[in-house]
Design a protein around this ligand. Sequence first.
Ligand SMILES: [Zn+2]
Length: 232
Amino acid sequence: MDEKITELQQDLTDYEHIVFLTGAGVSTPSGIPDYRSKGGLYSGHSNPEYLLSHDNLSEHPDSFYRFVMDNMFYPAAEPNIIHRKMAAITNEKGWIITQNVDGLDSKAGAKHLIEFHGNLYDLFCQQCQRKFTYQEYAKSYIHASDGGIIRPRIVLYNESINLDKLSQSAAILSEADLIVLVGTSFRVYPFAQLLNYRNALAKIWVINREPIGEDAELNSIIADATDIFNQI
Ligand SMILES: [Zn+2]
């Protein structure tokens, strides 16, 4: 384990185009529950994919609003050591492509950042496109002056991914010489397909609490990412 951490540390120093692909495991140390994991966001909800769907937002905006306010918004959450170190590395020589919608990479100062599924705090009225703050949204999801529904700009179930973000992510991955997967089981499509765009010569590291595959190309550290980032 220690040898692997030393090798990872050396790679982060030596390689010049580093891309971090990240998921919920990066934000759980900041107190944000993991999607899909036991005890996480979806447990206790009979049909969470519906609650977080475009259909629910359209047909039952009140149900959608209560679900996201109760389960997804953590406005007091702060970036942790993982967000901060990734931001420092990628501001110098790389990118972060995250599935997370919590805005913590941005809060950590990451400038080369693709929020693949959007950002919860990017709130707008569907009627007039005006932007709203979280504080305004916390009071009401209805824009008083036109009756429009205010929503976060995140990708919901039955909505398609932003194609500009997909093509930008593909281009970034094709140029990366080092790819580090952190805190993601890498099961959510199309995010999980991003690796297909990588340069064949790129080295890949995985830092996750559980193995994500049998792929011999992957250098895995099965551990809590916080422990690893505290050491590098
Ligand atoms: Zn409006």
